[in-house]
Design a protein around this ligand. Structure first.
Ligand code: AMP
Ligand code: ZN
Length: 472
């Protein structure tokens, strides 16, 4: 299909070829959020990358099944449930709802499946039973179940497919209970954690005794349930390569004996003002924090989509102002194109998007999602359109064709065109009040409202088609 992506399995850029071309949809699994807090801007970099991949495949006409799990039970969640004295459901429901709201704010297409870990306990238990039956898992004295890396390797499979691991530093039988253990240690990891007093009411019955699943096993169980034992594409942030994804491979291949995922895609991390985000440094932002500072979802999305996914991205508030200016250039151009395309002189006919611009845009994305080159095509196109608009050489049907090309490009970029609806209700109400004052020929009041809007950061542009709101 022309698309090339870096595959962490081979550590090289490869042609992305579906497992079942022309038959099944491409199976695409993204590790989703752990719903113990609002997702931060780093998490959003990875989720927006997932959306970019999906939209790129869809632009190519590829049918796709997009799965994103919701981790609604893990060590961190249980700690917070205990601290806040709520129930697991009550606690996670709030952050899950916020996650989906944020996903919409960033204009990400909704995954087709968003399975919750707590609703897949039977599938998880069945997978663990399979691993026990195959001798690659074992029960410990306290009722927990662990995955045995040594026994798995003895079956001829490799642990360390995504990352070269130092096995001489490994002590067989060394075990970890924690979901997030040191990246350096190769250790048997918990598939099932026996119920402990500090877990409170968070436990499920199982053939191994009461307890709860480990983090890694949920992704194996849910991805294979929906997408089958082998599927096309699996994505996450680079911190998930080891141990999470390595463990997913071991659990899945250990149970089915089949290759788990054909193509592994990992996004580099996001820093804020050059440093790892941390609440104590004051550089920790959720999407909501940025909206509260007056930025919009499309500005954040644009900025997150400016850097190549394999490069560490330095997020700054100045960068967001730059995003606003860049989007302003696109909006202005689109506004003028729309005016020409819908002018009384235009003859109705179906627009034909400019194929050479689209070809260059596609080629950029095909090159391992070279987003900077893709934006280069967009801004080259904006410059060319502005030149033609300035010398009045654009006919209405050409403007319509240009807009059709933009729509195609924006089906991947998802930054849309700025609409008046983006203004908050309070601003829209003021605009209406100004219109009413003008109608009543109360120009003093109309001017006062204009000033009030200006103070709130909105300008009114009077056009032949009525007033337009513009963010200052
Ligand atoms: P979590 O909710 O912690 O499981 O993380 C959800 C996703 O966000 C995972 O794919 C992580 O790899 C990713 N992630 C976490 N921190 C960052 C960061 N600073 N930059 C980019 N992605 C991140
Ligand atoms: Zn996962």
């Amino acid at each position: 299909m022309g698309l090339k992506l870096f595959n962490t399995l081979s550590r090289s850029v490869q042609d992305f070829t579906p497992l079942h071309p022309g038959q099944n949809p491409v199976g695409f699994y993204c590790c989703g959020p752990t719903v113990y807090d609002f997702a931060h801007i780093g998490n959003w970099r990875t989720f927006v990358l997932g959306d970019l991949v999906r939209r790129t495949l869809e632009l190519k006409g590829c049918s796709i099944t997009h799965v994103m799990n919701i981790t609604d039970v893990d060590d961190k969640i249980i700690r917070r449930v205990r601290e806040t004295r709520t129930s697991l459901c009550e606690f996670t429901a709030r952050f899950e709802a916020a996650f989906f709201e944020d996903l919409k704010t960033l204009n990400c297409r909704m995954p087709h499946h968003t399975p919750r870990a707590t609703e897949h306990i039977p599938e998880i238990v069945a997978l663990i039973e399979k691993l026990l039956a195959r001798g690659v898992a074992y029960r410990s004295a306290d009722g927990s179940v662990y995955f045995s890396i040594e026994h798995y390797q003895a079956t001829g499979r490799r642990y360390g497919q995504l990352l070269k691991l130092k096995f001489d530093e490994m002590r067989p039988g060394q075990r970890v209970q924690s979901d997030e253990y040191a990246k350096e240690s190769v250790a048997d990891f918990a598939l099932w954690k026996a119920r402990a007093p500090e877990d409170g009411e968070v436990f499920w019955p199982s053939p191994f005794g009461e307890g709860r699943p480990g983090w890694h096993v949920e992704c194996s169980a849910m991805s294979m349930k929906i997408l089958g034992p082998s599927f096309d594409l699996h994505l996450g942030g680079e911190d998930l390569v080891f141990p999470h994804h390595e463990d997913e491979i071991a659990q899945s291949e250990g149970a089915t004996g089949q290759p788990f995922v054909k193509h592994w895609l990992h996004g580099a991390h996001l820093l804020v003002e050059g440093r790892k985000m941390s609440k104590s440094l004051g550089n920790f932002f959720t999407l909501r924090d940025l909206l509260a500072r007056g930025f919009t979802g499309r500005e954040v999305r644009y900025l997150l989509l400016t850097a190549h996914y394999r490069e560490t991205f330095n997020f700054t508030l100045d960068g967001l102002l730059g995003a606003r200016a860049a989007l302003g250039r696109i909006d202005e151009c689109l506004g003028k194109l729309r005016e020409i395309a819908t002018s009384p002189k235009s003859k109705p006919q179906s627009p034909r998007p400019d194929t050479s611009t689209l070809q260059r845009f596609n080629d950029a994305l095909d090159d391992d999602l070279n987003i900077s080159a893709a934006w280069g095509v967009v801004f080259g196109w904006v410059r060319e359109m502005n030149r033609r608009l300035a010398d009045h050489s654009l006919a209405p049907d050409e403007a319509a064709d240009a807009l059709a090309a933009w729509e195609k490009m924006d089906s991947v970029l998802g930054v849309g065109a700025k609409t008046e609806a983006e203004a908050p209700a309070e601003i829209l109400a003021l605009l209406e009040a100004r219109q009413a004052a003008r109608k009543a020929r109360d120009f003093k009041r109309a001017d006062e409202i204009r000033d009030e809007l200006k103070a709130k950061g909105w300008a009114i542009e009077d056009t032949p088609k009525g007033p337009k709101l513009k963010k200052i």
